[in-house]
Design a protein around this ligand. Structure first.
Ligand code: COA
Length: 172
C-alpha cells in the first residue's frame, strides 16, 4: 500500500486501553475546551470496563495517532453515550457516524431498550448527526454544563418503548 493509500485508509477502531489515555486527553482538551473530562474520569471509566457496564473505543490513523474515541455506559435497560469525539482534522469524513453506530450496535447487542445522550444546546453539528441517526430531543437540562450552557437529552429507542416488556407481561 502506498503512503497516499495509507492516508485515505479507513481508520482502525479498537478498544481503548490505559495506554491511550494521554492521547485521548490531549484530544479531549482540544475538542471540549469548556468541559473537558479530567484524566481521572477516563481512568475510572476504563476501570469499569471489566464490570461489563462500559465499552470504550479509539479510532487510530495509519500513523498510529488517535483521531477519535467513543464510550458507552450500559446499565440495563438503558444505554448512555458517555462521549463521542473526532479530531478536527479528521471530521466530516464519516468517522463520527461510524463511531456512533458502533455505540448503538453495542447497546443493541446488550439488549438495551434505548440509547440516551446529552449534547450541548449550542452544538448543532453533533445534534444534526444524532438526529440523522434516529435520536430525538426529549428534554432540556438548563445550565447543565460548567459554562452555563443547556444540555439537550436525546433518545434513540431500540424497541417499541410503549410495548410491555416480558417482565411486565409476567406481572400483569
Ligand atoms: C460531532 C462529531 C463527533 C462528528 O464527527 P464527524 O466525523 O465530523 O462526523 P461525520 O463526518 O460522520 O458527520 C456526520 C454528520 O454530523 C453533522 N455534522 C458534523 N459536524 C458538523 C458541523 N460542523 N456542522 C454541521 N453539521 C455537522 C452532519 O449532519 C454530518 O452529516 P453530513 O456529512 O451528512 O452532513 C465531531 O464533529 C466532533 O468530535 N465534534 C467535537 C466534539 C463533539 O461535539 N462531540 C459530541 C459531543 S455530544
Amino acid at each position: 500500500m502506498s503512503a497516499a493509500d495509507d492516508e485515505h485508509a479507513a481508520p482502525a477502531v479498537r478498544a481503548m486501553t490505559d495506554a491511550d489515555v494521554a492521547a485521548v486527553l490531549a484530544l479531549e482538551r482540544r475538542l471540549f475546551p469548556h468541559d473537558a473530562w479530567p484524566e481521572s474520569f477516563f481512568r475510572e471509566e476504563l476501570a469499569e470496563v471489566a464490570s461489563g457496564t462500559r465499552q470504550y473505543w479509539v479510532a487510530v490513523a495509519a500513523d498510529g495517532a488517535v483521531i477519535g474515541y467513543a464510550g458507552l455506559m450500559c446499565v440495563l435497560p438503558l444505554a448512555d453515550v458517555q462521549t463521542l469525539a473526532v479530531a478536527p482534522e479528521a471530521q466530516g469524513r464519516g468517522l463520527g457516524t461510524r463511531l456512533l453506530r458502533l455505540l448503538v450496535d453495542a447497546a443493541a447487542a446488550r439488549r438495551a431498550d434505548q440509547v440516551l445522550l446529552e449534547v450541548r444546546s449550542d452544538n448543532p453539528g453533533a445534534q444534526a448527526l444524532y438526529a440523522r441517526e434516529g435520536f430525538a430531543a426529549i428534554h432540556t437540562r438548563p445550565r447543565y454544563y460548567p459554562d452555563g450552557a443547556d444540555a439537550l437529552i436525546m433518545q434513540k429507542p431500540l424497541r417499541d418503548l410503549d410495548a410491555p416488556t416480558s417482565a411486565s407481561r409476567l406481572r400483569s
